[in-house]
Design a binder for this molecule. Structure first.
Ligand code: NDP
Length: 342
């Protein structure tokens, strides 16, 4: 049972060499009847920015010497739970290894539901359940529609706009009748946003010497909704360009995850002057909305009204490179890792 294991806690930018591939020695026992446990063959694993946060030493961090955990899609090989049977396809939290014993326990605490969903719709690519129909899709949906209450004609800005979450926020904004601008880190990504994903405008933040000026150029009348994925200098420039009663959905701050000293935001007082509502959220608080989300999104996918760009890495041994690539923007769309296609 091949596994991707964290060698030691990480400080600064993660490197491929912070992880290694080992042949797991623990034999996987078949789950006992009437337990929550399933024996699971991992098919697709999701590379997600939050995984870096779990590599820093702390209360809920990864354990060095053990496989990484994360979102994935798998097939049930043996089940100790009556609701799951051999052959079922499932997405939820699993481990970075070929075969896993996973818990089907969908415990809901006051704030969080542990995600574990049986896959009912297989007319779309299975890998979509790591992205558009999985955690990142839910994140875009909750963070945009639930937190920002978009109205037709409003002006929306999205950072990390070509990524797993951002590309959907932009398309959702268009469905809601908004004007949407995205920022991304390369010319190819900017082209994707403007020419394929329907963004009204996009810019390469690495080529803008003055982010405030770039935002003024794209939003002469200011921004109503900012979907925050990166933090730092971008957030600071956005605060200057928000309109009165603007909303900021704080989804992530990837520019800060590898810094030992966070970058200061100097324009925070604009929250007061402009009566901005800025709200952080964690997608797992809202998995109760998953059926509603599927009902909304599946028809759009089937009709070709929402598209999804994936960057597929093949084989567990390429997992560390795929994961660390997120922090330099090497991924073009949602970064997926294929463990096995069947
Ligand atoms: P992406 O697919 O967008 O991949 C990460 C991207 O971030 C890279 O491709 C890169 O794109 C960009 N990036 C990396 N470093 C920097 C930097 N220093 N400054 C600016 N951009 C950078 O990831 P996701 O869509 O999965 O995640 C996007 C954000 O959403 C992350 O912050 C993540 O933590 C957060 N998130 C939050 C959730 C929640 O529940 N709140 C759930 C899921 C995600 P580029 O080339 O454009 O720089």
């Amino acid at each position: 049972n091949k596994q991707v294991v964290l060698k030691d806690y990480v400080s600064g930018f993660p490197k491929e060499s912070d992880m290694h591939i080992i042949e797991g020695t623990v034999t996987l026992k078949l789950p006992e009847a009437s337990s929550e446990v399933l024996l699971f063959k991992n098919l697709y694993l999701s590379c997600d920015p939050y995984m870096r946060i779990l590599m820093t030493e702390g209360a809920s961090s990864y354990t060095p010497g053990s496989p990484l955990t994360g979102y994935g899609v798998g097939r049930v090989l043996e089940s100790g739970h009556l609701d799951y049977k051999k052959g079922d396809l499932v997405w939820g939290i699993t481990k970075w290894e070929e075969y896993s014993l996973v818990s089907s326990d969908q415990t809901t605490t006051t704030t969080t539901t542990k995600p574990f969903f049986k896959i009912q719709h297989t007319d779309v690519p299975l890998s979509y359940y790591t992205g558009i129909l999985g955690m990142p899709g839910m994140t875009a949906y909750v963070g945009f529609f639930e937190l920002c209450s978009p109205k037709k004609g409003e002006k929306v800005f999205v950072s990390a706009a070509s990524g797993a979450v951002g590309q959907l926020v932009g398309q959702f904004a268009k469905l809601a009748g908004c004007y949407v601008v995205g920022s991304a880190g390369s010319k190819e990504k900017v082209d994707l946003l403007k020419n394929k994903l329907g963004f009204d405008e996009a810019f390469n933040y690495k080529e803008e010497s003055d982010l405030n000026a770039a935002l003024k150029r794209c939003f002469p009348e200011g921004i109503d909704i900012y979907f925050e994925n990166v933090g730092g200098k971008t957030l600071d420039a956005v605060l200057l360009n928000m309109r009165l009663h603007g909303r900021i959905s704080v989804c992530g701050m990837i520019s800060q995850y590898n810094l030992t000293q966070p970058e200061g935001v100097t324009n925070l007082a604009n929250m007061i002057f402009k009566r901005i509502r800025m709200q952080g959220f964690i997608v797992s608080d809202s998995y109760n909305l998953y059926p509603k989300f599927l009902e909304f999104l599946l028809p759009h996918i089937r009709e070709g009204k929402v598209m999804y760009v994936e960057d597929i890495a093949e084989g567990l041994e390429n997992g560390p490179a795929a994961l660390v690539g997120l922090y330099s923007g090497r991924n073009f769309g949602k970064q997926v890792l294929v463990v096995s296609r069947e």
